[in-house]
Ligand binder design. Sequence first.
Ligand SMILES: Cc1ncc(C[n+]2csc(CCOP(=O)(O)OP(=O)(O)O)c2C)c(N)n1
Length: 706
Amino acid sequence: MKAVLNGRDAAVVDGLQRDDLLAVYRVMVLSRKLDDKEIQLKNQSQIFFQISGAGHEAVLVAAGLTLRTGYDWFFPYYRDRALCLQLGVTPYEMLLAAVGAKDDPASGGRQMPSHWGHTAFNIVSGSSPTGTQVLHAVGNAEAGVIYSRVPQIPDRELKYHPDELTYVSLGEGATSEGEVWEAFNTACTKRLPLLFLVEDNGYAISVPVEVQTPGGDISRLLRSFPGLHVDSIDGTDFFASLRAMREAADYVRTRQGPAFVHARVIRPYSHSLSDDEKLYKPPAEREAEARRDPIPRFAEFLKKDGLATAEDLAVIAADVEREVNDAALKALAAAKPSRTSAMLWVYSPDVDPSSAAFDTPAVPEGKPDTMVAAINRTLKDEMARDARIVVFGEDVADASKKESLPLVPGKGGVFKLTHGLQRLYGDDRVFNAPLAEANIVGRAIGMATRKLKPVVEIQFFDYIWPAMMQIRDEMTMMRYRSGNTWSCPVVIRVPIGGYLRGGGPYHSQSGESIFAHCPGIRIAYPSNAVDAAGLLRTAIRCDDPVLFLEHKHLYRQTYNKGEYPGKEFMIPFGRARLRREGDHVLVVTWGALVQRSLLAAQQAEKDQISVAVLDLRTIVPYDWDAIRTHLARTNRIVIAHEDQVTCGFGAELAARVAGELFEHLDAPVRRVGALDCPVAYNPDLEEAILPQSADVLKAIRDTARY
Ligand SMILES: Cc1ncc(C[n+]2csc(CCOP(=O)(O)OP(=O)(O)O)c2C)c(N)n1
């Protein structure tokens, strides 16, 4: 870089005046001094965690100068302190996060510091799993494109800018995560307005880049991605960084495709305060890194080119020091969250899906039809009502190839639940996803942070596991960890369960209890067509993430058909339905076990055992009042579900019944569920493994006779 100088006070370097350049220097120093202050506070046990942005400042200030705060969208990495300062987050706000203050705008004391989030600047709440944020950024960028293309969305012009971009950053180590490659795939296949920045400091904690990346150079690998602008720079050089960021941003803003900047930086403060890099980095390597420190380098430039004297820089440093100390004193005195607020923001404080607002009457129409028809119709009606709803997943579209669509009947899902949606609502709202489950959920989260309403499908419950990190660590925690400033009320529809006679271990799984163990998500599990319609509508209109479990075996049964209950019919969550009255034994059940329990109850009647059958319909929340009320009459209870007995959701219910309703019990709580083994392919084995009516009947008799 050769500076073009017009004299000391009117210097212009790459379009920046002297004052601008001094401001750049100030932000870099401010970022470093904030790290230093936090380290001091951590050593004094006044804060509880510290991770620094030291060594990354030059490229981050360059990014901050290039991008538009409150206009573009940001998914910053935990090293991005200098970027966030440049975007407008104040030192005081950063230190509020460090002390875990009530008014920390990133999280209200829920999330570690340096996990940025700020609604005023479009900085979406960050988590700790490395790499998950990249898929959110993809969904976020997609949301802008969807707003630009779906005219039916009210006020959509307020929700995007035609030349906006979404920024996401990560470390070179995190590029090893599969989800990051899933993100590159979609960014390039959809040519999304995304700017990726990899801050490569050579190490992921103690693991060097050569172990992470073949050839040790991530940008080299990415050069083969079609449409991706790729640049590789020294991220400790402010001017090289500025030019690279400007070029990349320009490429994205002019809608040529996504861009990727690979910035080599340094990490002088070890990974975090819990790490000591002297354990694995030899002194010579550390010294070589120190010579590339961006702050002394930039100071040298300012002095050499006559833009500032050593005294000018000392004045800036002293001023920064004062600002940081003042901010720290104020932050240390800030109010902490009260202990009684611990449970706030697990769920939406504004919309309660178990409330009367979701209790609307059915207006039945047409002939009784299957659960498939009820769900398909509900999706169609909800999509007509709310243009923000987007549906995607594997095979959910009718036909991805536009030219094929008029020539074919359409696929619409492997179980046909989404059939006809693409034809009705177009391929901006209904589209196929790549075969990558984390991609589906991660993108949905990103879209939901921009107030679209994704209703996505995971093709089989058995394949939900690649998305587990996105569900457990992201979707369920977004609201909580951001102190209610960000949320992602996605609906995930998932075909679940067995009784397929040949489904085998990988098309028959249950496992709702695993998700019931993740605070922040609602779980619905209808047993019939009418409930499916009412619960799905509640799922879509509520403000929390919902796992909507659709039993494959129940999709097309005749016994659970129903008339379509109308466009406004909703069932509140947490409201069980008594499917059969009875005085002697209460069977609490859901899903495919409802019908099996009803059959068992009919049989038990022949033995003069009167059995009540309660269909829970939702697992989170579940209807404790109904269980208590009916048990008070029968004094005997059987809990029947399809999932394995060990750690099935029945274990939770049984423990609570034993703990809170002991005085009502005249017999031990009994559970019926699958054997503790996978569901085998051979139909005889499957029958032996999954609970049958006869198993429920036996439990009823044993309980009644106890
Ligand atoms: C999914 C996941 N695995 C492991 C960790 C623990 N961890 C935190 S940071 C880190 C290294 C990240 O390295 P890199 O992406 O290169 O970024 P850097 O910290 O070097 O800037 C690891 C392993 C994590 N946070 N998330």
